[in-house]
Design a protein around this ligand. Structure first.
Ligand code: ZN
Ligand code: ZN
Ligand code: ZN
Length: 309
């Protein structure tokens, strides 16, 4: 469902949205998953599987005491550690070299030098800004670089960068090759399902079947007739975007049907199986259906299914 939103164009990227209470959330994915707590692990898994690409969106700081993401930065006096400080900028009068904080140059609406009493009008010509200057309102000391501290707005704990836990937050997109691969499988399933339904089958896609071993196996399509509900027909899809499909999906399907013993098993390979895979399919009693494109594959499948029904 998640991938189909990308393929239909409804979704082109999954961008986290900031929630002041819970930190970043992926609302579109939450709607699909149902359980918000599983979303991040789900996206991480798809990233690790090479399906999604990601880009760093933000680094979120969490409170070491209550794990809240509602953190603010406090700039403090390096002497008494108070955050009750005043930030100003230093101004230098170019002509006489006098330097002071900006407020001390203010006279009515003008900037006047306290040393030579000239008016400062042209920035970068008459005067230049020489950096930041802070004054502590608690201890009255002045400094240019404040000390940063973090403050939890929820539990009011003040802590340092050292104690903070920081987690990256990403924006996710679907990788181009994954999009191609998914698109082929995705557009293939509805017409097959439709054809089978019209021919009296009950179809599930994807579907799980329990084998003799007790294990559950997933098939792309499982179709049953009313007369034969115990032995369904199973269909898997294998696509290769450039050359031929290898024996790997044949082996995977064989392992599943060995356990499940269906009425018939089909492997749809686009554009075609390699020679070894073809031989194996025959040996394992898997009906290989090839097609250079989806249309051809579907037609070949229809032909085979109508024959074996
Ligand atoms: Zn806290
Ligand atoms: Zn101070
Ligand atoms: Zn001056």
């Amino acid at each position: 469902m998640f991938l189909s939103k990308f393929l239909s164009g409804e979704l082109c990227e999954v961008e986290p949205v900031y929630d002041p209470k819970r930190g970043y959330r992926y609302e579109t994915v939450e709607t699909i998953m149902g359980d918000p707590s599983e979303v991040e692990a789900f996206l991480e898994k798809l990233y690790e599987a090479g399906i999604l690409a990601r880009q760093l969106h933000d680094e979120v700081i969490f409170c070491p005491k209550c794990n809240s993401a509602g953190i603010s930065t406090r700039y403090c006096c390096p002497y008494c550690k108070s955050f009750n400080i005043k930030k100003s900028s230093l101004i230098e009068h170019v002509k006489c070299g006098y330097m002071d904080v900006e407020e001390n140059f203010h006279k009515d609406d003008r900037l006047i030098c306290q040393k030579c009493h000239d008016e400062l009008t042209k920035p970068d010509v008459d005067y230049r800004r020489a950096g930041v200057w802070c004054t502590c309102k608690e201890c009255n000391k002045s400094f240019d670089i404040p000390v940063a501290k973090l403050f939890c707005r929820d539990c009011h704990k003040e802590f340092t960068f050292e104690d903070a836990s920081i987690r990256p937050v990403y924006t996710y997109t679907l990788k181009e090759d994954a999009k191609k691969e998914a698109a082929e499988g995705w557009v293939l399933i509805p017409p097959i399902t439709e054809f089978l339904t019209q021919n009296g089958y009950e179809v599930k896609s994807p579907a799980y079947l329990k084998g003799k071993s007790g294990a559950n196996h997933m098939f792309d399509i499982v179709a049953t007739t009313k007369e034969n509900t115990k032995n369904p027909t199973v269909i898997d899809l294998a696509t290769s975007t450039n050359n031929t499909v290898t024996e790997q999906p044949v082996i995977a399907l064989f392992a599943k049907i060995f356990d499940v013993t269906p009425h018939a098993a089909y492997l749809i390979a686009i554009p075609k199986l390699n020679d070894n895979a073809k031989k194996m399919a025959e040996l394992y009693n898997i009906q290989a259906v090839e097609g250079k494109d989806q249309k051809e594959a579907i037609n070949n499948l229809k032909e085979k299914i109508t024959k074996t029904k």
